[in-house]
Write a protein that binds this ligand. Structure first.
Ligand code: GUN
Length: 261
């Protein structure tokens, strides 16, 4: 943040939320709070659930043109009448701090990127900071979403893991997970990964955030799996805060590139 205080300018993040999804509201509030803590100017654009696609596109266009806005984040999911892909495509790739735009996903694919998608990047940070070796390890990613599963697999591959991506049509899922040294669960189903599926000593990273009658639960049966895993992340408090930290990092990266945008 030294760079920022020198000329008085601060990074700017625009957060757009289309109201209606209660989980999105919580995530957006957490993102704004983190911005305030680290010295990023955040602007929230809360749009009604019946906002038109055109209005949203116009707002993005205005934000694309503003020099003081370094990052534009449209919280997903969007209501069904709005084409999510069209919205993502409208964001200037240089301000795409989620790294969802095809220009950025393409850059990630070839290993030459400015931004990494926040959740997979947060998972990699957790792995690095814990001193876990990735090279040559068998990694299983459960889930193939554009936001988490696919980029997660790519980041693990960049670090020379042997990566298997499992999904709803995978056969013998248990056997595949059981073989893994590193398991990343991004399925969106509470307690999906059970202790019998996990190899002794495996690293288990839980990306799931599921609201159940018993409260917030990950995709991993934490109590039972922590008996067999060598390392495991909790929900809440594991990957979630890292996602936000990576958003802050991407926004600062974009700010530093402001003059050459
Ligand atoms: N919805 C769930 N996760 C995310 C995220 O990382 N970014 C955005 N924009 N929407 C999300």
């Amino acid at each position: 943040m030294e760079v920022l205080s020198q000329n008085g300018a601060k990074p700017g993040l625009a957060v757009i939320i289309v109201e209606g999804d209660s989980a999105s509201r919580i995530y957006v509030n957490n993102k704004k709070k983190a911005c305030a803590e680290v010295g990023i100017n955040s602007e929230e654009y809360a749009l009604p659930s019946d906002v038109s696609e055109d209005e949203l596109l116009k707002l993005i266009d205005t934000l694309n043109k503003r020099d003081d806005i370094d990052g534009i984040l449209v919280q997903l999911p969007l209501p069904r009448h709005i084409d999510e892909e069209k919205i993502i495509m409208a964001i200037d790739p240089k301000k795409d701090v989620d790294a969802f735009h095809p220009v950025n996903t393409g850059k990630i694919m070839i290993g030459n990127f400015d931004f990494l998608p926040c959740t997979p990047a947060g998972v990699m940070e957790l792995i690095h900071e814990s001193g876990i070796q990735v090279q040559g390890k068998d990694a299983v990613v459960i889930g193939r979403s554009n936001i988490v599963g696919k980029p997660m697999a790519m980041l693990l591959l960049h670090e020379s893991a042997t990566v298997t991506v499992c999904h709803s049509k995978t056969q013998d899922l248990k056997q595949k997970v059981k073989n893994a040294d590193i398991v990343v669960a991004a399925v969106g189903r509470a307690n999906f990964v059970t202790a019998d599926m996990v190899k002794d000593g495996a690293v288990v990273i839980d990306v799931g955030i599921n609201r159940t009658e018993e409260g917030l639960r990950g995709d991993v049966d934490f109590d039972a799996v922590s008996e067999v895993a060598g390392a495991i992340t909790p929900v809440p408090g594991g990957v979630g805060p890292m996602t936000i930290a990576m958003l802050m990092r991407n926004t600062v990266t974009s700010f530093k590139l402001r003059d050459i945008r």
